[in-house]
Each structure stands twice: as structure tokens, then as C-alpha cells.
Ligand binder design. Structure first.
Ligand code: PEP
Ligand code: MN
Length: 337
């Protein structure tokens, strides 16, 4: 942190400030030519920006290191690789997580799981607890949905990705899921983040639809801080003035997050666009921009889907998508899975 001191700071105020720094074991350098400036190396959040801003004799404060520590790129040498059973999510692969918006019936989820397995996909998604904007919309099958997901995944040797919408769901969801999803509406549900951080399963954290990238990484920090290193980030579109798409896919978030953090970064083109016709081009863009994977809504009968039918692709489009991603992955030296 850089603390610009007032030119006329009293010796007494300066001494008090320096004493505080020594008390909290913060190393510092004081430059006194021209305007007095303190350059401080503080242990994470021991003395905050707000603390310095409220001290007499302080003109301004600038952070030079990010507010998130564990999620920051420089906090570890290697990029994070997430192991679930025999599958790995990391930057050597482009991992496709696919499946319906919601688990609707045994027949539906088994049919979709069979298709995904035959296409070489490792991860099955499907909501059992659904965060719906309207209380009149289909809310998901709950625990019954979790059981159906597990059954389909076991039968076709897939891994389950499904959402927990509140901290009270985390325990039951982690019993059935391989990866717990936290949705856009819950990105700043700090109690849910902490609960997810206390259990062992990896967490796929979606970006809040109105969150900055710093807020996104601070949300990830909540999970990491509780001792769970398995966080996957997912850009799923943000709210803008544009109404032609459901949200606006912030594609620059992909390379930026890869520069800012060591965590794997996914893109969800389905919720970003809300439009079936955009899933293929946006998935290609995600891979080309450096994403480590995509989460895509696929349905066996999209026209009858109980939620998010207009953005769900059918099996034929899914095949076309995989063929196209395979070619791009090959050019980038990544393996599609
Ligand atoms: C979902 O993936 O089913 C979902 C509800 O996504 P989001 O939280 O991004 O809206
Ligand atoms: Mn959906």
C-alpha cells in the first residue's frame, strides 16, 4: 500500500502512525523528499486502506497489490488443477460441462447422460434446486433430482455438477455432486460461500450478473479462505443496456481473469446469451480467448424443456459444437474433454 501523507503532517501524527506499523509488524519505507510517502508491506488486511484513510495527517491511500490474496495469480507458481476422480480440470484441457438447465425426469436425464457419455464428455450438469426469478416457475425436483443425477452419472461414468442455492443445501448437494455450483444470484451470499469453503468438493462459482472482476475474485477468496482450494470461476454474462441477448458475455473477463488469478476459468454461453443460435459462436470465442472450459445447456427435447428451453441446444447442434471446438483446441494445443 502507498500512503501519501500531508506535507504538513505533525511529527506526533507521523510517530503515531509509524508506531502502529511496528505494532502490527508491517514493514515500511518512508520517503521524505517532496511529499512524504509511506510504502507499506502489510500482512493481508491487518491494517486496511480504510484504517489509513481515517488517520490524521494522511492525504490518500493506494493499493498496489490486489485485495484478494489466495485467488491472486502470484499467490502460487502453478495454475490450479482440479481433480475429480480420474478427470482433471485445468488449462491443458478444454472441459465441457453439459446437460439440461433442470433435471425434469428419469427418462430425460438418463437420455442426456447417455448422449454426453457417447460424445466423450466427463461432466453432467443439471439443476435440482433451481434459483428461479419467478416463484411461479419450475423450482426443480430437489432431492429427487439429486438422486436422478447421481443415478445417470453412475450409469454413464460421468461427474455431477449441480447447484446449491442456500447454505442449508450444501451438505446434501455435496453428498450427490462431484462439483457444487454457486449461481450468479448467490455470488455474494457470503454465508453460502463460507459453507461451500468448509466442505471438500470443488465449487464452480458463477460471476454475479452485476459484479466486477475484483468482486468476483473476492467471492472466490471467501471459499479459498475456508480451506477449499478447488474453485472454478465461470463468466455467465453480465447486465448491460443491451436487450438483444439475455445478458452480455464479457469475453474480456476470460483473459483478464487468467492474468489476475491461477484459478480455472469457464464460460457459460447459455445463460450469457439466452439464445440457442449463439451457443456455437460464443463457445468458440471462449476457447479462443483462453477459457479452460464451457458449461452448456443441452436438452433431448428443448422445445419441451421446463426451464431455459430457448437457450438449450439439441444433440445435433451439440455434435456440431464439439467438432468445431475440437479443431480449435487442436490449434491451441489443448485437449477437448
Ligand atoms: C444455471 O446454471 O442453471 C443457472 C441458474 O445459472 P446462473 O446462476 O448463471 O443464472
Ligand atoms: Mn438454466
Amino acid at each position: 500500500m502507498i500512503v501519501i501523507l500531508k506535507k504538513d503532517i505533525s511529527q506526533e501524527d507521523l510517530d503515531r502512525l509509524l508506531q502502529k506499523l511496528r505494532q502490527y509488524d508491517c514493514s515500511y519505507l518512508l520517503y521524505e523528499n517532496g511529499e512524504p510517502i509511506l510504502r507499506i508491506k502489510s500482512k493481508q488486511n491487518v491494517l486496511t486502506k480504510d484504517f489509513f484513510l481515517t488517520q490524521p495527517g494522511v492525504e490518500n491511500v493506494y493499493r498496489v497489490t490486489p485485495a484478494y490474496d489466495l485467488a491472486a495469480r502470484k499467490s502460487q507458481d502453478q495454475e490450479t488443477s482440479i481433480q475429480t476422480g480420474d478427470s482433471q480440470i485445468n488449462s491443458r484441457h478444454f472441459t465441457v460441462i453439459a446437460g439440461p438447465c433442470a433435471v425434469e425426469s428419469e427418462e430425460q436425464i438418463l437420455g442426456i447422460a447417455q448422449k454426453l457419455a457417447s460424445s466423450g464428455i466427463h461432466y453432467l450438469r443439471g439443476g435440482a434446486f433451481k434459483p428461479r426469478t419467478s416463484p411461479y416457475s419450475f423450482q426443480g425436483l430437489g432431492i429427487e433430482g439429486l438422486k436422478l443425477l447421481r443415478k445417470a452419472a453412475t450409469q454413464y461414468r460421468l461427474k455431477v455438477v449441480t447447484e446449491a442455492v442456500s447454505s442449508s443445501d450444501v451438505e446434501i448437494v455435496s453428498e450427490f455432486a462431484d462439483i457444487i455450483q454457486i449461481g450468479t444470484r448467490n455470488m455474494q451470499n457470503f454465508r453460502l460461500l463460507k459453507t461451500a469453503g468448509k466442505q471438500k468438493k470443488p465449487v464452480l462459482l458463477k460471476r454475479g450478473m452485476n459484479a466486477t472482476l475484483e468482486e468476483f475474485l473476492l467471492a472466490a477468496e471467501y471459499i479459498l479462505q475456508e480451506g477449499n482450494p478447488g474453485v472454478i470461476l465461470c463468466e455467465r454474462g453480465i447486465r448491460t443496456f443491451e436487450t438483444a441477448t439475455r445478458n452480455t458475455l464479457d469475453i474480456s473477463a476470460v483473459p483478464l481473469i487468467k492474468q489476475m488469478s491461477h484459478l480455472p476459468m469457464f464460460v457459460d454461453p447459455s445463460h450469457a446469451s439466452g439464445k440457442r443460435s449463439l451457443i456455437l459462436p460464443l463457445s468458440r470465442a471462449a476457447l479462443a480467448a483462453g477459457a479452460d472450459g464451457a458449461m452448456i445447456e443441452v436438452h433431448n427435447q428443448a422445445e419441451h424443456a421446463k426451464s431455459d428451453g430457448p437457450q438449450s441446444i439439441n444433440f445435433e447442434t451439440f455434435d456440431e459444437l464439439l467438432a468445431s471446438l475440437k479443431e480449435i483446441a487442436h490449434v491451441l494445443g489443448k485437449q477437448l474433454q
